[in-house]
Design a protein around this ligand. Structure first.
Ligand code: PEP
Length: 257
């Protein structure tokens, strides 16, 4: 039996400039200062916009805050003539640990293919960071193929580009649940998370499958987090809107089993 440290990840999307980010992280770390869980540790990560990373990194280092830094995207390229892009090496230099790849707002808003998502995961991994591979079905996919088929195909396409021993996190986010206020049920999330873990066993072996954290994302709030966390294959949450409210996000982090 492998203990998986729960991961609560806050995706700020395109919100908060770097001064607002500093104020926010200070308030958040104050709110989380005395958090004691009755079942062990929880890892809390924030995913600010690129322009905030340096400020947040400096603050975390100076105050030894127990928050982990993540980025929302990365270029698949190493360096060069890629105007507007940010490389994995640049992020790693800022002590970024996690990188979201394949968020639905990138797949659907920027036309990112499974192949591109895999290349981004590979670039992040090669620079020493942990890709958080986002997968999820649209409501049309759900009707046509059921819940698990598209997430499984997206996960497989991305991880085949990673070396055999690579660490990664999977975030299952049904597209219809993101920002809609209509979360999946805990049972729906568990069903897909279980299917993803079973597929990981075939793709990467029992040990990696048992050690890999699978997050649920899509309208997570303080009222529903505990029910998701009770599911055996759900190891945390990727939180969008609710991660921008200090009180709400700190209640989510303090979910009780
Ligand atoms: C997200 O964007 O990853 C997300 C889950 O958003 P929300 O929590 O707002 O649905």
């Amino acid at each position: 039996f492998v203990e998986r440290t729960p991961l609560i990840a806050g995706n700020w999307k395109m919100n908060l400039d770097h001064l607002q980010a500093i104020a926010f992280v200070q308030k958040l770390s104050w709110a989380l200062k005395d958090v004691k869980h009755d079942f062990g540790d929880v890892e809390v990560a924030v995913f600010p916009p690129f322009t905030d990373l340096r400020s947040v990194q400096t603050l975390l280092a100076a105050d030894k805050l127990a928050l982990t830094l993540g980025a929302q995207d990365v270029s698949p390229q190493q360096a060069g003539a890629f105007t507007g892009d940010v490389s994995a090496a640049m992020l790693a230099k800022l002590e970024v640990k996690y990188v979201l790849v394949g968020h639905s707002e990138r797949r659907h808003g920027h036309g990112e293919s499974n192949e591109t998502v895999g290349e981004k995961a590979r670039a992040a991994q090669a620079a020493g960071m942990v890709p958080v591979i986002c997968v999820g079905e649209t409501s049309e996919d759900l009707e046509a193929h059921g819940a698990a088929a598209i997430p499984l195909a997206q996960m497989q396409a991305a991880i085949t580009q990673l070396p055999a021993n690579a660490e990664f996190v999977i975030a299952y986010e049904p597209v219809w649940a993101i920002g809609s206020g209509q979360a999946a049920t805990p049972e729906q999330a568990e069903e897909v998370a279980r299917a993803l873990r079973e597929a990981l066993r075939d793709l990467r072996g029992d040990d990696r499958a048992a050690a890999t954290r699978i997050l649920y994302g899509g309208s997570v709030a303080s009222q529903n987090i505990a029910a998701f966390m009770r599911q055996p294959n759900v190891d945390g949450a990727l939180v969008g809107g609710a991660s921008l409210k200090v009180d709400e996000f700190s209640r989510i982090v303090q979910f009780k089993k």
